[in-house]
Design a protein around this ligand. Structure first.
Ligand code: S3P
Length: 735
């Protein structure tokens, strides 16, 4: 592909580039240039280059690509020399850590004729230096940033891009100025701080004492102060403007921390520390455009479910997802400190939690389901620093939209690929009627851009579909709107928002199917105990019903009547479920559910129960597949716009397992009978993956379920609880 590659400067980076490409066989000849005779000799001996030259002009004769890998401050002179030579059609590129100054120097040297120059910067290195440290694999899975200019020849850019990719690098293109800003903040500033801190402590009289006791924290923080001082001095001189900008911002943040310490402002300190603690992890997830799924589990996560099994014992499923979301939202908007127990530490609820942290709310935890929220009051939210990323969570996005429509600041709501396909007009349209300014992407999909500073007006709105998310969104907007906001539902949906608002002392009117709020009241902080999620319990209700000989007790499950459709439907099918020890906890009814295996029969599911069991249909379809006779579901078109098209995805999976079924536009017809083994897909939808895990109890052979990582959005310990009660499902490759 390349005839002659010339690498000028045989240090760690230049040497590794030369060696890697030489070994790749992509270049006919690799020539090294270096001022140091020892480096030249070593480069040949170590196989880094084919040959070396001490004369730049001679080396560059007939070159196809010339890589400049000299220290950044030497770049100017080198470029001036190169400009005197006849380089033919050679492509010029470099590896400088700052790009603005290199481009400036190149412009001057070449009189603005830079079509064949491709500025670059590999973000890789090691504590070793010199040609003897050359490593052909140094750039593997490292980022290389190319900063092409307006007149860069696309063919030259493509060539340099290909060379780096051949070395295993992930290549990105960026503008010169952006590169220098980003690197100043993420690399140059931390180095300055590390050098500065070590020097500052070392200068003190008692330095020996300090260093003797400076264990973990000091060592970790200052590791990079062991880097090459000459190289770093070059970088700061080269990237002066961008470094100064980021340093000034940081200095004012540091002053604010100093003031907080001085004033004994623990709240401010706690805010900075809790936000910082989660920020690193959070940003990693945003970059991967995932929910809070463990970064290590990238790729397809497969569950392997072995056939058969019998359930016994007692379990407590994790906290209710809907209530967990609302506890963070209302706790943040309340006056005072709210303590939450039983919070669901699943990805979706964590996305909501992080969103409020981004808006300046101090939230401690979660730790074993305990969260402490330092409420900021109805008007205390601050503008988030950037787009609010909500992972897989539709509830977070829709409820937040209502709240944010009424704030003084602008906001942007984004999500993972599944959330990015879900309809948001159902909230954007009525919010616009209230006076909100909201833009969505095509077809009303995320991202949602919400303009702050609007005065909302109360409206009377009849929901076109039964949706607690839309209702809750409008209630949250309504507490900021002028006058009264009234929402009428076509069928009852979960009423957790109404209950929790009242629990926080906020009046909510209910008249028949219409719920309403008025602005002008406040939320008073309190204690919230989140009951177990009936949507999670549903998997075990079905599991114990279909697995012969089972008896299971599900403790402390929320049985809010707007959520118990799954119990009603299963009972209509013949299930043996009894409610024990009913009680009320923090305004929500709770009970222990005892379930015993039973012979299920197919039914026509009453349409009134559909919104009351909306999240439980995937596993109810599994119950139907195990039942005698035909089960028919209608009026459930909402299932097509959940985390996946749950009608189609379940039908595909059931058919793959040999179950007779037929999807319809608004439901499905399932003929009960034998379930076979096979391969099915979760399609990134937590409830699909869990439903097929449960199907294995009655399957004749193992079921492999692809794409299961999102189980963590609602039920992070699903596999552990399965193992505890006798469902044989595990991540593939683990017993
Ligand atoms: C939820 C409402 C339901 C449900 C979702 C959680 C809520 O959505 O599917 O998992 O917390 O309000 P819709 O109200 O859109 O049906």
């Amino acid at each position: 592909m390349v005839g002659r590659l010339v690498v000028v400067g045989l240090g760690l980076i230049g040497g590794s580039f030369a060696k890697g490409l030489r070994e790749s066989g992509l270049c006919r000849e690799v020539v090294g240039v270096d001022l140091d005779p020892k480096s030249r000799k070593l480069a040949v001996e170590l196989g880094v280059v084919d040959r070396c030259d001490d004369d730049l002009a001679r080396a560059c004769e007939g070159a196809d690509v010339i890589q400049l890998a000299v220290p950044i401050l030497a770049m100017e002179k080198l470029l001036a020399k190169l400009a005197q030579l006849n380089l033919g059609g050679a492509v010029l590129t470099d590896v400088g850590s700052a790009k603005g100054n290199v481009v400036r120097a190149a412009n001057e040297a070449f009189g603005g004729k830079l079509a064949r120059f491709v500025p670059g910067h590999p973000i890789a290195g090691s504590e070793q230096s010199g040609v003897e440290a050359s490593n052909a694999k140094l750039f593997r899975r490292h980022k290389v940033i190319l900063t092409p200019l307006a007149d860069t020849d696309p063919a030259a850019l493509a060539l340099v891009d290909r060379l780096w990719r051949a070395l295993g690098a992930d290549v990105e293109h960026m503008q010169v100025e952006r590169h220098d800003e980003v690197l100043a903040a993420t690399s140059h500033l931390p180095h300055l701080l590390a050098f500065g801190l070590v020097d500052s402590l070392a200068k003190r009289n008692e330095n020996l004492e300090i260093f003797r006791y400076a264990a973990g924290g000091f060592r970790d923080f200052t590791r990079i102060a062991g880097s090459d001082p000459v190289m770093w001095h070059d970088i700061f001189l080269a990237n002066r403007e961008a470094v100064l900008r980021t340093l000034d911002t940081f200095r004012s943040d540091l002053d604010a921390l100093r003031d907080a310490v001085d004033a004994g402002d623990g709240h401010q300190l706690l805010g900075v520390f809790t936000r910082a603690r989660v920020a690193r992890e959070h940003f990693g997830k945003i970059l991967a455009r995932r929910a809070y799924v463990d970064a290590k589990s990238g790729g397809d996560q497969v569950f392997l479910a072995s056939p058969g099994g019998r359930l016994s014992g007692r379990v407590r499923v994790p906290g209710d997802k809907s209530i967990s979301h609302r506890s963070i939202m209302l706790g943040s908007l309340a006056d005072g400190v709210t303590e939450v127990e039983g919070f669901l530490e699943g990805e979706d609820a964590l996305a909501t939690l992080q969103a409020f942290r981004d808006m300046g709310v101090v939230i401690e935890g979660p730790h074993h389901g305990r969260v402490t929220i330092h409420g900021v009051g109805l008007n205390g939210l601050k503008a988030p620093p950037g787009p609010i990323y909500l992972g897989n969570s539709g509830t977070s996005m829709r409820l937040l939209a209502g709240l944010l429509a009424a704030q003084s600041f602008d906001s942007v709501l984004t999500g993972d690929p599944s959330l990015s396909k879900r309809p948001m007009n159902r909230v954007a349209d009525p919010l616009r009627q209230m006076g909100a300014q909201i833009e969505t992407a095509e077809l009303g999909r995320p991202p949602m851009t919400i303009r702050g500073g609007q005065t909302l007006k109360g409206v009377k709105y009849a929901l076109p579909m039964a949706s607690a998310q839309v209702k809750s969104c409008l209630l949250l907007a309504g507490i900021y709107a002028e006058g009264r906001t009234s929402i009428t539902e076509p069928a009852p949906t979960r009423d957790h928002t109404e209950r929790m608002l009242r629990g926080f002392g906020y009046p909510v009117g209910v008249e028949g199917a219409t719920v309403s709020v008025e602005s002008g009241h406040r939320l008073a902080a309190g204690r919230i105990e989140v009951p177990g999620d009936i949507s999670s319990a549903a998997f075990f209700l079905v599991a114990a019903s279909i697995a012969e000989g089972s008896e299971l007790l599900l403790e402390h499950v929320g049985i809010n009547p707007t959520r118990t459709g799954v119990i009603d439907i299963l009972r209509l099918m013949g299930a043996d479920i009894s409610l024990e020890n009913p009680r009320e906890v923090g305004g929500e009814p709770v009970a222990d559910l005892r379930v015993r295996a039973a012979r299920l029969r197919g039914i026509e599911i009453p349409s009134a129960l559909v919104p009351l069991a909306i999240d439980e249909f995937p596993v109810l379809f599994v119950a139907a597949a195990c039942a005698e006779g035909r089960t028919v579901l209608r009026g459930a078109e909402e299932l097509r716009v959940k985390e996946s098209d749950r009608i189609q995805v379940m039908a595909d999976g059931l058919l793959a397992l040999g179950v007779k079924c037929e999807p319809t536009p608004d439901g499905i017809i399932i003929e009960g009978g034998q379930i076979g083994g096979g391969e099915v897909h979760g399609r990134g939808d937590h409830r699909i993956a869990m439903a097929f895990s449960i199907a294995s109890l009655r399957a004749s052979a193992p079921i492999r379920i692809h794409d299961c990582a999102n189980v963590a959005t609602s039920f992070p310990n699903f596999l552990a609880l399965c193992a505890q009660v006798g469902v044989r499902v595990a991540k593939e490759g683990r017993s």
